[in-house]
Write a protein that binds this ligand. Structure first.
Ligand code: NAD
Length: 483
């Protein structure tokens, strides 16, 4: 592993910009600080917006032939692949996840650029027949300046998920990177710069959320907000957006359930449980944080999940350990509080629920609760840690009702060999995406987003591109010619 540099800067209009104030970045596996990054100030916010507006007004991305944007996006994908190794190591250091997952994250970031490269030259309008006296057509224009607020759990891939379609559609983008994990994202700026992205088309600022994120979303000259993060922050941002009616995409939290029927393939299920709740230490918006199990196999499933948890190695991401640390001490304490509350409310702790005393850093034991009923906080609230809540059900109808019984609606899953039952579930479940027999089936091609408190708008897939454009209809009267 290469030695990371210990001070990082913000990227504003093609320049690396320092600041007097800095933020310290810790390694979650040890708790030790290993780097600092310039903390942006309000002048930096203004500079980024002025540069983005200049890029938009000059049409640096929007006026070129779309095929040139396609080529640019493909070059960015190549450049991301070229820096992937360094950036993945940095993701491990700042976020704590497994090296192999960090490499997947970089690969996914490159895929977003490749995928939306293929769409940059296919943003086509429609022609609407109004009779021989008129010509009418609709075109799609970029929104303008897209402000994108990114969380810390998948910093690079979530950043690329919004950045790629926005640039493909010809927007200028200002990214507010997360305070906990802002370093590897800066490699995306390097990749874009090397690929020839015009200055001003991208700025990446790190800084305090309410101050710098708040200033960006309230800025009078921005045209779109894409927020990925928690429900409380999403609410605050929506108030700012409402002031100026700024179009917004909200990718918020979840409390997603897998519904397991007695005929499910349990090997397939257990593999999905690993990915669903222990991958990235459960810090995934679409985590499988609830497991609803048909009563006849309830005890058997608890045993299997307990065996899975018992077999996990806890350790640093750089060793590709099965269960890596949480991202911060704050996160660790929050997960502990959720577990303590679950015990106090009568949930049965099968294993875990504690911070391992023998380890440095922000680890948390793999945790299983059973007997979790719908009124308990553990059933209703997002934990964002390696904690699964298991609940029995007796009828199919009850299973769908339990799955839908929270204010969230991000994803849901069904495990059964019965195709009819699975299809009924895909219709009954309240979620933006339903997985059948594999948690996280899908890819950059499949639309992702929530309903209810999980937010609105879609990322990924062709559908997402249309968040980054606005339609304009042109209606023309044709004068009659002289005979
Ligand atoms: P968070 O809401 O605390 O922070 C997210 C980002 O918002 C950070 O960059 C932060 O600095 C910024 N921010 C904070 N206050 C702000 C303000 N007032 N104005 C503007 N920006 C502000 O969330 P987090 O703890 O970083 O991430 C975890 C949450 O994100 C979880 O709830 C998780 O479910 C959700 N999430 C959702 C998705 C999705 O695609 N739906 C993906 C990943 C994470």
């Amino acid at each position: 592993m290469s030695e990371p540099k210990n001070h990082w800067k913000n990227f504003i209009a093609g320049q690396w910009v320092d600041s007097v104030e800095t933020l310290a970045i810790a390694n979650p596996a040890t708790g030790e600080f290993f780097a600092t990054i310039a903390s942006a100030n309000l002048n930096d916010v203004d500079a980024a917006v002025i540069a983005a507006r200049s890029c938009v007004n000059q049409g640096l991305l929007s006026n070129c032939r779309p095929a040139e944007r396609t080529a640019l996006m493909l070059r960015i994908a190549d450049e991301i692949r070229a820096i992937a190794e360094h950036a993945a190591e940095l993701v491990v250091l700042e976020n704590g996840k497994r090296l192999k997952d960090a490499k997947d994250e970089l690969a996914e970031a490159a895929r977003y650029f490749e995928y939306y490269a293929g769409m940059a030259d296919k943003i086509e309008g429609t022609s609407i027949p109004l009779g021989s006296d008129y010509v009418d057509y609709t075109v799609y224009e970029p929104q303008g300046i897209s402000v994108q607020i990114v969380p810390w759990n998948f910093p690079v891939s979530i950043c690329a998920r919004s950045l790629a379609p926005a640039l493909a559609a010809g927007n200028a983008v200002i990214v507010k990177s997360p305070e906990l994990t802002p370093l590897a994202i800066t490699w995306l700026a390097t990749a874009c710069q090397r690929a020839g992205l015009p200055p001003g088309a991208l700025s990446i600022l790190c800084g305090d959320g309410p101050t710098i994120g708040g200033a960006l979303v309230a800025h009078a000259d921005i045209n779109q907000i894409v927020f990925t993060g928690s429900v409380p922050t999403g609410r605050t941002i929506l108030h700012a957006a409402a002031e100026r009616a700024v179009p917004s995409v909200m990718e918020l939290g979840g409390k997603s359930a897998a519904v397991v029927f007695a005929d499910a393939d349990l090997d397939q299920l257990i593999d999905s449980v690993y990915w669903g709740i222990f991958f990235n230490a459960g810090q995934v918006c679409s985590a499988m944080s609830r497991l609803l199990v048909e009563r006849s196999i309830y005890e058997q499933v608890i045993e299997r999940v307990r065996d899975l948890a018992a077999g996990l190695t806890l350790g640093p991401g750089i060793d590709n350990s099965d269960l890596t640390p949480l991202a911060s001490a704050t996160q660790q304490q929050q997960v502990l509080q959720h577990c303590n509350r679950a015990v106090a409310q009568g949930a049965q702790l099968i294993t875990g629920g504690k911070i391992p005393t023998s380890m440095p850093g922000y680890f948390f034991e793999p945790t299983i609760f059973c007997g979790v009923s719908a009124e308990m906080d553990l059933f209703q609230q997002e934990v964002f840690g390696p904690v699964i809540a298991i609940t029995p059900f007796d009828t199919e109808q009850q299973a769908w009702e339990l799955a839908n019984g929270t204010e969230y609606g991000l994803v849901a899953g069904i495990f059964s060999q019965n195709l009819n039952c699975c299809l009924r579930g895909t219709r009954a479940l309240k979620a933006g995406q339903v997985f059948v027999n594999e948690w996280y089936a899908g890819g950059v091609e499949t639309p992702f987003g929530g309903t209810g408190l999980s937010g609105f708008g879609r990322e990924k897939g062709q559908e997402a591109l249309y968040s980054y454009v606005r339609s304009k209809n042109i209606a023309m009267r044709i004068a009659a010619g002289s005979a």
